[in-house]
Design a protein around this ligand. Structure first.
Ligand code: SAM
Ligand code: DTB
Ligand code: SF4
Length: 361
């Protein structure tokens, strides 16, 4: 059904370049060219012009094509539930302008040293009961300390795996030895976001480089742990910055197995705390484009769901999102209540993958 005759990326006849505008393209890719782009084997040579043409297509065409790519590679009625736990909170030396955990900003986050293993595994057990199949442990570190705390994290990873869950960590930059030790402990995925395009990156973070991030991702890849990498919209970037982020992710070979798409949660005290909410349809476009560029990856509708209506979330799932964070807290900011999520999934006819059925209250 999805056979395709695409021979090279240079074949594509694309919509005109409208970089930096927030307009919707009037000339959409037409079949068979669109079909060529969508239904190929995985590509790692996406150009900015191709990404722009996809992102700016009329919304109904974009969502329709993303849904096709979604259904060709995943079950459209299933969503993976992940649960986050901040195992070390606040006091981070980095200056990420969005982040309430940076020590440079005066936010309401209470600092907390690395949690102990028992408390962490108790939280993982509760996450499993709520339907999560992946447990993600986040630490507000620039990089992983080379002391007993790393051994404690390895023990947490082993414990989460022993509960039958996927274990994910996001601990900042890693050395190759640390990535390999996490792999040996059974880590399923490592989250390290590129966050935005290389060009816009310097407006958001100055304390480590884009190249540092790419190097950590390469070490994770070499270790055999799967890569979870995505970014944030709503930080004041233009669409060109979003195309740039998507191009970075979609030209990684292999693609990241998980691609979290966050919408900024503006937190008072951070430099981005006063930003107005992003248009949810931009999130839908971002998710749909990620789905088309990286059709086999899990695309995670991540931070920012509390600011979305049920209808906007439904559009995100229609556009190919197939993973979410469950639970009332992300790392430090609120997320939808569990029961509200369960009711939403029921209304949408979406099931949590691999989770025991649970009644809504
Ligand atoms: N310190 C580690 C790091 O930076 O890789 C791990 C934790 S960090 C909080 C993980 C990711 O959360 C960031 O890369 C960013 O994409 C996302 N994030 C943090 N604060 C956010 C916010 N206020 N709104 C949306 N996403 C946010
Ligand atoms: C990701 O991309 N989003 C998650 C997870 N990876 C670690 C974190 C979102 C954090 C939102 C702000 C907070 O709760 O502190
Ligand atoms: Fe630190 Fe990560 Fe927050 Fe940046 S995003 S300030 S590295 S915890």
């Amino acid at each position: 059904m999805f056979s395709c005759g695409r021979q090279s990326a240079t074949h594509c006849k694309l919509a005109p370049n409208t970089a930096n505008s927030n307009k919707t393209a009037t000339s959409l890719l037409t079949p068979p060219v669109y079909d060529e782009i969508l239904m190929t084997t995985l590509r790692h040579d996406w150009t900015i012009q191709e990404i722009e043409a996809i992102y700016t297509a009329p919304l109904s065409d974009l969502v329709f094509r993303a849904a096709e790519a979604h259904r060709a590679n995943h079950r459209a009625d299933e969503v993976q539930g992940c649960m986050l736990l901040s195992i070390k909170t606040g006091g981070c030396p980095e200056d990420c302008a969005y982040c309430p955990q940076s020590a440079r900003y005066d936010t309401e986050v209470d600092r907390q040293d690395l949690m102990n293993v028992d408390e962490t595994l108790a939280a993982a057990g509760r996450a499993r009961e709520q339907g999560a199949t992946r447990f993600c442990m986040g630490a507000a570190w620039r990089d992983v300390p080379k002391d007993g705390r790393f051994e404690r994290v390895l023990e947490m990873v082993r414990g989460v795996r022993a509960l039958g869950m996927e274990a994910c960590c996001t601990l900042g930059m890693l050395t190759q030895d640390q990535a390999d030790a996490l792999a040996d402990a059974g880590l399923s995925a490592y989250n390290h976001n590129l966050d935005t395009s290389p060009e816009f990156y310097g407006s958001i973070i100055t304390t480590r480089t884009y190249q540092d991030r790419l190097e950590t991702l390469a070490r994770v890849r070499r270790s055999g742990v799967t890569v979870c990498s995505g970014g944030i919209i709503g930080m004041g970037e233009d669409r060109a910055a979003r195309y740039g982020l998507l191009r970075q992710l979609a030209t990684l070979n292999p693609h990241p197995e998980s691609v979290p798409i966050n919408m900024l949660v503006p937190v008072e005290g951070t430099p981005l705390g006063g930003r107005a909410a992003e248009d949810p349809l931009e999130l839908v476009r971002m998710i749909a484009t990620a789905r088309i560029l990286m059709p086999k990856s899990m695309v995670r509708l991540s931070a920012g769901r509390l600011a979305l209506s049920e209808e906007a979330q439904a559009l995100c799932f229609l556009a190919g999102a197939n993973s979410v964070f469950l639970g009332e807290k992300l790392l430090t900011t609120p997320n939808p209540e569990s029961d509200a999520d369960l009711r939403l999934f029921e209304k949408l006819g979406v099931k949590l993958v691999g989770a025991e059925p649970r009644a809504t209250t």
